[in-house]
Every structure is written in C-alpha cells, then in structure tokens.
Ligand binder design. Structure first.
Ligand SMILES: Cc1ncc(COP(=O)(O)O)c(C=O)c1O
Length: 401
C-alpha cells in the first residue's frame, strides 16, 4: 500500500519515533562513502566525543551500534554480566517489563520489584534488598529512567545514594531511551555503570543507532563477563578504536551524518536549554490535561515526565478510538495505551526537536478529538491553560539573542 498522505504535515506526537528536523534530513541525504577512507573515522571521532557530552560523562566509553534500544539493552547486559547472575530490576510499565523479559531470557536471576503502573520504582524495597545482601550476590541494579508507557520518571540520584549508603558494588544499568538528551541525566555524577538510548527519541534521528555508554567499571566487568555476545561485543569495537578506524562492520553513513547534524542542533541550543524546553513542554501538557478535567496516569508529581504524558480517559471512552480518530481526522499521531493500560490511556509525546507552538497544535487537536468521542471538554480550555503558562515562560531562542 502506498503511504496515505493528508494535507499539511503529520503532527507526530508519539513518544518516539519523533519528528526529524529539516537540517538532519538534509544532512542524511547523501551518497554512501567508503567507511575506511580517512573521512569517516574523523567524523566518528567527533561523534563519540560529542555524544558523551549528552550523557554527561568524561570517563565513559561510547558505542554506536546499528540497532534499536532493544539491542542496546542486550549489549548493556551481555557485556557486563554472566548467566545466573542475580540482578534487581524495577517493573513499572511496558518498557521495563520488556527489558525484564530480556534479562530473564538471557538467563539472569532477576529480583523483580513491581509497582502499580503510573507509579515510580519502589526504592525502599531496593534499599532493603541491598541491606540484606551483605555477600554482594546482587551484580546489577537495572532501571528505566523514564517509563515511556506511563510517563513516569525515576529519580536516579536516589538510586545512587542507596547504593552508596550500603556500599554496594552492584553495577547501575540505566535505560535512558526516552530521557537522555531531554531530561536531566548525569552519567558520571550518578555513578551509572552503563547507560543507553536510541536515536529515534530525544536526538530526533531515524531509528537505527543504539547508543551505549560504559563506565570504566563496566568496561572492566566486560573482561570477565561470560554471557554469550557476538554482534554487540564491546571488545570488537575497542579493537578498532585502538586502530583509529572505529568500525568492526559497516556503519550507516547517512545516520552518522544525521547524528552530527542532530548534535550540532543540540549544542546550538545548549543542552541545558534543551532540558529546560522539555520541562516547559511537559508542564504545559500537564496544565492542559488538568484543564480538560482528565487525570495524568502518573500518580505523583515527583514522577511526572517531561518527555511523555499518559492521559487517563473516563471508563466510557476507549483511548484507542482517540488515537484512531486523531490520525484519521486530524493528521495527528498520538501514542496508544500499552498492555495493562491499553484502552485506558493515550499518550502525548513531547520530546525531541519540537517547539511550543507545535505542542499547542497537538493540544488543540486533542480537544477536538475528545469532543468527537463524547467527552464534555470546553474547546480551547487546555490550549488556554498551556499557552498562558508558555507565554510567561518561553525565553528568547538562544541562537537568536
Ligand atoms: C524506555 C524505552 N526503552 C526501550 C525501548 C525499546 O526501544 P526500541 O523500540 O528502539 O528497540 C523503548 C521504545 O519505545 C522505550 O521507550
């Protein structure tokens, strides 16, 4: 089937894959190149250095795998752990569930700490487990920084504090797929062992680069970890890093140039400004939801996500119908409710290269759809709440000051 175009642009508000900016699209519109020429290693070197800046690490080693977030999960686990290793993992929504499934299929013994969907990780249970684990049988603590299914952000500084309090050596493995380059993330400060993300989220690239960053301790662990790994083996990459040619197999040339352009956009705006923009987008969306009289799936303010908002609909409405209508009638793409919250929530993704007026377009669309499906919303109420907040808070565009 041919792609079904509508007039104007599709308003892409799923929480990944997100809009790709024109500058990135143009940068990727190029021929293939010989990746063994001097140009590609020179480009790669700048990418490895600059991506580390968005992870806020100077000591980490970065890997750009031709894969998705799921492959990055596997890379983080298999390079640092051995079959049978005990790990602790938090189940708070669909993506943490999927990561746990991978952990179990890779034969780790997983202590799952489960929360209601909409709640954050139960860190008191982690503390109790670490306190009891005087023999240090727990080899890793795995957490999804931002659970994309429910719009819940966990406080990673607290996880670090708990690990430190019990002087526990477990590696701290973090899924930052819907957080890194949008939310405050500090790999070195928080003593993260391995952090990972995917290119189609906050970096606003096509899917296809699984970004994995390993701390010196994680690299050390990889020397003795016995999990079977082939395609995702860090060792193969390190060999080519030492040779200065960087690639053990063919990279996507177009994605590398796209990544360069995406990073240039982030640095032009300033990483802290990018994070502040996401805070504004998150807050504006939450104000709109409140004005519509609907509930946020996220149960407490401390867990509110600035990259995705899951909106709970009244029981007489099927949230999947909202998503269907959004696409069919308004050329707006919203996120479905997944698994336990299917039919109960729809998601508004507000991450990546996105500005406030784009968000207001989405919010206006959501209001019309809510009315379409029989929810008594006052048209303009959410847009008014969001825009009065934004009008008071949007700074000048950093590159135009
Ligand atoms: C938090 C999180 N982790 C992992 C993944 C899986 O990433 P991918 O679909 O790129 O394999 C996703 C995808 O949305 C995600 O949101």
């Amino acid at each position: 089937m041919d792609y079904v175009y509508g007039p104007g642009r599709n308003h892409l508000f799923v929480p990944g894959p997100v809009n790709i900016p024109e500058q990135v699209l143009r940068a990727m519109n190029r021929n293939n190149e010989d990746y063994r020429s001097p140009a590609v290693p020179a480009l790669t070197k700048t990418l490895l250095e600059d991506v580390k800046k968005i992870f806020k690490t100077t000591s980490g080693t970065l890997f750009l795998f031709p894969t998705t977030g799921t492959g990055a999960w596997e890379s983080a686990l298999t390079n640092t752990l051995s079959p049978g290793d005990r790990i602790v993992s938090f189940l708070i929504g669909q993506f943490s569930l999927l990561w746990i499934d991978r952990q179990q299929r890779l034969n780790f013994k997983v202590d799952v700490i489960e929360s209601e969907w909409g709640e954050g990780a139960k860190l008191d249970v982690l503390a109790a487990k670490l306190a009891a684990d005087t023999d240090h049988t727990i080899k890793a603590v795995c957490i999804v920084h931002n659970e994309t299914a429910t719009g819940v952000t966990n406080d990673l500084s607290l996880v670090r504090r708990i690990l430190d309090e019990y002087r526990h050596p477990a590696l701290f493995l973090v899924d930052g797929v819907s957080s890194i380059c949008a939310l405050d993330f500090r790999m070195d400060d928080w003593g993260v062992g391995v952090a990972l993300t995917g290119s189609q989220k906050a970096l606003s690239l096509p899917t296809g680069v699984g970004i994995v960053c390993a701390s010196p301790r994680a690299l050390e662990a990889s020397k003795t970890a016995k999990s079977l790994r082939v395609f995702f083996d860090w060792k193969d990459y390190l060999k080519f890093y030492n040779l200065g040619t960087y690639w053990p197999y063919t990279p996507s040339i177009q994605l590398l140039y796209g990544l360069r352009a995406a990073l240039d956009l982030v640095f032009e705006e300033g990483l802290e400004n990018v994070i502040a923009r996401h805070k504004r987008l998150g807050q504006a969306t939450r104000l709109a939801v409140e004005a519509w009289g609907l509930k946020n799936c996220t149960q407490k303010e401390e867990w509110h996500s600035d990259t995705v908002t899951a909106v709970v609909v009244p029981p007489y409405i099927d949230s999947a119908e909202i998503v269907r209508r959004a696409w069919k009638r308004y050329n707006l793409s919203l996120g479905l409710g997944l698994n336990k919250v299917a039919g109960k929530v729809f998601r508004i993704g507000h991450l990546g290269n996105l500005n406030e007026l784009q968000l207001l377009g989405c919010l206006a669309g959501v209001e019309m759809i809510l009315k379409d499906v029989g929810y008594p919303v006052k048209l303009g109420s959410g847009v008014a709440a969001a825009s009065s907040y934004l009008q008071n808070n949007i700074p000048l565009i950093p590159s135009r000051i």
